[in-house]
Design a protein around this ligand. Structure first.
Ligand code: AMP
Ligand code: ZN
Length: 490
């Protein structure tokens, strides 16, 4: 069911040109993607998770479109924040970084994020970083001073082409902080001289450690080549991080670092960007203790990735209710199909229309909101065929239901949702609601058993009384082919 890259072009908004452009990979059939990964000094929050989910879906959709995708996402495991955090906990910075890499990978797995093909760490690419700095020194666009090495922004005329900032304004806003050896305020550190108690490596210009920006230039070149297709991250990385990456790489290589620059909008809490420095964060693991991971993904994908997205508990609860509707529909369809093999033959209408609408939306700069509308259209039709079959020909209705049902894993696979069996998902949802409402599960199950007994004895007054009592507790019953099922009303 996967489309091929010869279908009409997928368009992507490029921050560099401020336009949507047809995706034209540098190597036919292959997309090379680099995403700036986490700085591992704390637990990942759901703002970070939104950005990583956006690129996860980009990778999934490109693969669905038939592209081979080389996906690299790094770990920043050497950084001031890590050193400071380690000082607070009394840990070795490397041990602290390792601990948070493991925590990140657990959380990423729980959210259903695909593993990148390569997840390099700064500490693994020191030789490449040194070589790149040496190339910049050799070309006269970087200088060593006081054991540090700086990139000299005035030597790179294209500086600020990504962010389109005004250099004079930038200069006016920058200060050289004491202890730095910059010639000009906009120059930025490629290498920082060793300080006591900090990690350090040997280099021809003196022992020390890399500055932040240089790592992504070195890692992307190592794993994807000097020019690759898409570079991504959150909006906050446009300046200075990505601007500086471009300056370093392009001043050294004289070819573009990446063709397309994609940036995800912020997840906001009470109208402010969720960020560790503001302290308004919800850690991903805390969110996942309360809400289903697919519901969290659904929430992230409910708005276009370039929009800001407002976080609230209500929005998450709504997303989980929506997932419940999807899974309840699937469960009913599966009951109706009853595991029967459906014989080929004519169908009602054109089931492919939903997949085409889904792909059309995703082709338009990964419009996941539109893709979810297409998915909802498919579910609306499934429900219509379950409740009001459009024709008396039952075999044809069942065949159409089966064909529509078969599209669900394809769309769900692209968005990373609907990956569970309906029954298992609905049970997990029920368990969560039972715990949240502090319902007495034994009592519920006993009342349901008593009601079944009353029904068997045709004592309908009693069975109705039981049903009403359960309803008052917020428990709804559904009598199906496989017996009575119950759910907690939301
Ligand atoms: P950091 O670990 O802070 O370097 O961030 C990792 C990634 O998460 C980067 O791509 C950031 O741009 C992104 N990010 C950070 N905060 C948010 C937020 N509130 N909403 C969306 N993305 C974010
Ligand atoms: Zn980066």
């Amino acid at each position: 069911m996967s489309a091929t890259h010869s279908s009409p072009a997928l368009s992507v908004y490029n921050t560099l040109t401020r336009r949507k452009e047809p995706l034209a990979p540098l190597r036919p059939g292959e997309v090379r993607l680099y995403v700036c990964g986490p700085t591992v000094y704390s637990w990942v929050h759901i703002g970070n998770a939104r950005t990583f989910t956006v690129f996860d879906v980009v990778v999934r959709y490109l693969r669905h479109r038939g592209y081979r995708v080389s996906y690299v996402r790094n770990y920043t495991d050497v950084d001031d924040k890590i050193i400071n955090a380690a000082r607070e906990t009394g840990e070795d910075p490397a041990a602290l970084a390792e601990r948070f890499i493991e925590a990140f990978e657990d959380d990423a797995r729980a959210l259903g994020l695909l593993s990148p093909d390569v997840s390099p760490r700064v500490t693994e690419v020191i030789p490449e970083i040194r070589a790149l700095i040496q190339a910049l020194l050799d070309q006269g666009v970087a200088y060593a001073a006081g054991g540090d090495v700086y990139f000299q922004v005035s030597c790179w005329p294209e500086y600020a082409k990504l962010s389109r900032r005004n250099l004079d304004d930038l200069r006016a806003g920058e200060r050289v902080t004491p202890g730095e050896h910059k010639r000009e305020p906009l120059d930025f550190a490629l290498w920082k001289a060793e300080k006591p108690g900090e990690p350090a490596w040997d280099a021809p210009w003196g022992r020390g450690r890399p500055g932040w920006h240089i790592e992504c230039s070195a890692m992307s070149e190592k794993y994807l080549g000097t020019t690759f297709d898409i570079h991504g991250g959150g909006l906050d990385l446009i300046f200075p991080h990505h601007e500086n990456e471009i300056a370093q790489s392009e001043a050294a290589q004289h070819i573009p670092l990446a063709k397309v620059w994609m940036h995800a909008g912020f997840l906001e809490l009470e109208n402010a960007k969720m960020s560790k420095s503001l302290g308004n964060v919800v850690q991903l693991r805390h969110a996942l203790a309360k809400v289903d991971p697919e519901a969290l993904r659904l929430f992230f994908l409910s708005s276009h990735y370039r929009n800001q997205l407002a976080f609230s508990d209500d929005a998450l609860a709504d997303a989980e209710k929506r997932m419940e509707y999807f899974y309840e529909t699937l469960q009913r369809v599966d009951e109706r199909l009853g595991g029967r093999e459906v014989k080929p033959g004519p169908l009602h209408g054109d089931p492919d229309v939903h997949l085409r609408a889904f792909e059309q939306a995703m082709d338009d700069d990964f419009n996941t909101a539109g893709a979810l509308a297409a998915l909802s259209g498919l579910f609306a039709q499934l429900n219509e065929y379950l409740d009001k079959p459009p024709a008396p020909d039952r075999a044809m209705v069942v065949r159409t239901l089966a064909t529509l049902r078969a599209v669900v894993p394809t769309m769900g696979g692209v968005l990373g949702i609907l990956q569970s069996s309906p029954l298992a998902w609905l049970e997990r949802r029920r368990d969560r609601l039972v715990a949240q409402r502090k319902l007495d599960r034994e009592l519920v199950e006993r009342l349901i058993a008593e009601r079944s007994e009353a029904r068997k004895q045709k004592d309908f007054a009693r069975s109705d009384a039981m049903r009403n009592r359960l309803l008052e507790m917020g428990v709804e019953l559904r009598d199906g082919a496989g017996g009575t099922q119950w759910k907690v009303r939301s």
